[in-house]
Design a protein around this ligand. Structure first.
Ligand SMILES: *Cc1c(COP(=O)(O)O)cnc(C)c1O
Length: 360
């Protein structure tokens, strides 16, 4: 039972529509991988993994622990672990049938040891750094590493992948990465190394160029509703209620540091949401909230657990619904991201554990 005023409403049918947009974009013969890292971008790791079943071919997490959480719920989809992990996590990785992205050769003995211990063939995906400058083996070292992987009896090179640095900002650079990636694929082929799974694209990559689709795409933000396609709509709406209304006289300050001073007698409303919920302090004196379809400004500093908004003098607003952001084109995570100087990813991923998620 959740009686808290502040809650995140999560629209599962819209989530499924968003996934369908990606399925239709890539076509039937390509695979769809859904990124559920970061608590499924704030939407809830277990719930979103559960609802994605039947619509996606693979789930992707950042950490081994996230993968274990999904497995323990009985989900049997393949799970990629996108980020690097510690050597001591390899036994768990094998035991839970998680698939690592490999950027170096230092753990191959350990992968072999544990794969053999569990009498399994461990699929590995070799990640190549074609320009992201983060994870991935450098292109000149990719072939040697692939050959080394293939020399272990219990390891199988199932995939070859890379990651785009500028899929939503610089298509020329993305194109360069694709060209380099194709050269590596070609080099592998010439040495008779043909991993069945080849992938590069994130959401923006999928939508901007079909050249980037290869055999599988990895989508995150687009599935949650943010991306350049008319049918993608935000899945999560963050809402709360007015829990106190009162009138302050002209000259009275509002919130920590007194950064907002009432220019005239003003009715203020208190909403129980703050940076501990993931409503960023950087939104202080910048954000707006919506009540009955009308925007009202946030006054003064955002606190840990509360914000103050300006209300009309007339009428009662006590316990009225306050829409903080969500599926509206004029008030979504991108709107907040602009106010807070960040990106939609960070806004939605920040919604904290104490905010109840309501799935419908
Ligand atoms: C998070 C992630 C994705 C998904 O990116 P979006 O931009 O959210 O679609 C794809 N690939 C890798 C390696 C990632 O870490």
């Amino acid at each position: 039972m959740d009686l808290r005023a502040t809650r995140a409403e999560i629209n599962i049918s819209q989530f499924k529509k968003n996934l369908t947009v990606f399925k239709n974009t890539i076509g039937k013969d390509k695979q769809l991988c859904l990124a559920v890292k970061g608590n499924a971008y704030g939407h809830g790791l277990i719930a979103m993994s559960y609802h994605a079943q039947g619509l996606v071919d693979v789930l992707a997490v950042a950490t081994v622990q996230e993968g274990v959480s999904i497995r323990e719920e009985g989900i049997t989809l393949p799970i990629f672990v996108l980020s690097s992990h510690l050597e001591k996590e390899i036994s768990i990785l094998c035991r839970y049938h998680l698939i690592p992205m490999v950027s170096h050769g230092a753990f191959l003995e350990q992968y072999q040891y544990w794969a053999s211990y569990y009498k399994m063939s461990l699929p590995l995906h070799l990640k190549v750094d074609t320009g992201m400058g983060r994870a991935g083996v450098m292109p000149t070292e990719a072939l040697a590493l692939a050959q080394k992987i293939n020399s272990y009896p219990n390891l199988s090179l199932e995939g070859l992948c890379t990651h785009f640095a500028t899929a939503d900002s610089d298509t020329a650079f993305t194109h360069k990465q694709i060209t380099l990636f194709n050269q590596i694929i070609q080099e592998f082929r010439e040495h008779e190394i043909n991993p069945p799974s080849i992938h590069a694209a994130n959401s923006a990559g999928v939508l901007s160029s079909s050249e980037s689709h290869f055999t599988l795409v990895r989508v995150g933000i687009g599935a949650y509703g943010y991306g350049d396609h008319p049918d993608l709509k935000p899945v999560m709406s963050l809402k709360s209620k007015i829990l106190l209304e009162k009138i302050i006289p002209q000259g009275h300050p509002v919130s920590y540091d007194c950064t907002w001073i009432a220019p005239k007698d003003t009715k203020i409303g208190i909403v129980p949401v703050g940076y501990a919920d993931g409503y960023f302090r950087a939104l202080s004196n910048k954000a707006k909230v919506m009540i009955d379809g009308v925007l009202y400004p946030v006054l003064g500093k955002i606190c840990m657990d509360q914000i103050v908004v300006a209300l009309p003098i007339d009428g009662s607003y006590l316990e009225k619904d306050v829409y903080l952001y969500g599926d509206r084109p004029d008030l979504n995570a991108e709107t907040l991201a602009e106010w807070a100087g960040t990106i939609s990813y960070e806004i939605i991923t920040a919604v904290s554990e104490r905010v109840p998620r309501i799935y419908y």
